[in-house]
Design a protein around this ligand. Structure first.
Ligand code: 2GW
Ligand code: MN
Length: 254
């Protein structure tokens, strides 16, 4: 529980500004981007200046979204990696580069999102923090031995034990912190490639390792990224963002 007005007043006073990064490569552009952005306009950091950074290989196919005052959108073209695992993992490199070249000049916070989700309720300044991680909806109540960390000692993401299982669909914080995290994950991903290994859950495994070694300062509840197919909803009073349906059959076939 929290008082949204207290957070909003504080961040308006501090002149906080937020960059949101999202990737919509290949078929994910048509499938998800419009709902993601339209719903973000209804719920994401209202009252603060927001810049969306959309990374896509198809800039000309961008949906036309009307943005409220103090809200902007920048499109950055990226290549389409042929393996989906690389589309997902290489986000770390692109995020770091965008922070370095643009974001750090225009925002003090960055939040990085998967595109296959939809905002349903307030996702506001209460979520801001130096380094912010999200508890994975499917794991927050499970015993640690069920966490799907990478268990291969050859991978840089290898973990024996940890404290939480984080979901890579959302992470954020001060741009400095997010850049450090993205750089570290990208380095580990590249080292794995050189060693011919790939972590079990790709960038998510590396992110879990990073947050085990460098604790986030704020944890978001699974209400900030809820999967409506989970039967036990007793903990969730407000759904702020939900997973969009995954049409793997059509979206993941080459
Ligand atoms: C991804 C998988 C299979 C086929 C396509 C793609 C794909 C992903 C794509 O064609 N185009 C694209 O833009 N993406 C971006 O990568 C998009 O932003 C998407 O939300 C993100 C991660 O892929 P996604 O959402 O299909 O993977 P999930 O929901 O199973 O994600 C979790 O695990 C991933 C690693 O396997 C990441 O860590 C992700 O952050 C996690 O939420
Ligand atoms: Mn996703």
């Amino acid at each position: 529980m929290f008082d949204p007005n207290l957070y909003d007043q504080r961040h308006i006073q501090l002149q906080s500004s937020v960059a949101l990064t999202v990737f919509a490569v290949g078929r994910y552009l048509d499938a998800y981007l419009k709902n993601f952005l339209t719903s973000a306009e209804q719920h994401f950091m209202l009252g603060l200046p927001v810049t969306y950074y959309v990374f896509t290989d198809l800039p000309e196919n961008l949906p036309n979204i009307e943005l409220a005052p103090q809200r902007n959108l920048k499109v950055i073209q990226v290549e389409k990696h042929s393996r989906w695992q690389d589309i997902s993992m290489m986000r770390m490199k692109t995020i770091s580069e965008a922070i370095e070249s643009e974001i750090r000049h225009s925002a003090n916070y960055v939040f990085c999102f998967d595109v296959d989700q939809e905002f349903k309720g307030r996702f506001g300044s209460e979520a801001l923090g130096d380094s912010v991680a999200l508890l994975h909806a499917h794991f927050y109540k499970l015993p640690k031995h069920r966490f799907t960390y990478d268990r291969n000692p050859k991978s840089k993401a290898f973990m024996k034990t940890g404290d939480f299982y984080y979901h890579a669909a959302i992470f954020g914080g001060l741009w400095e912190k997010v850049k450090n995290m993205a750089d570290a994950c990208y380095l580990s991903i590249i080292e794995d490639k050189l060693n011919d290994v790939e972590a079990l859950w790709h960038d998510e495994s590396h992110l879990n390792k990073y947050f085990w070694l460098h604790k986030p300062s704020k944890l978001l509840s699974p209400e900030y990224c809820w999967d409506q197919s989970i039967a036990d909803k007793r903990d969730i009073n407000i759904t702020r963002l939900i997973w969009a349906p995954k049409h793997y059959d059509t979206l993941r076939t080459p």
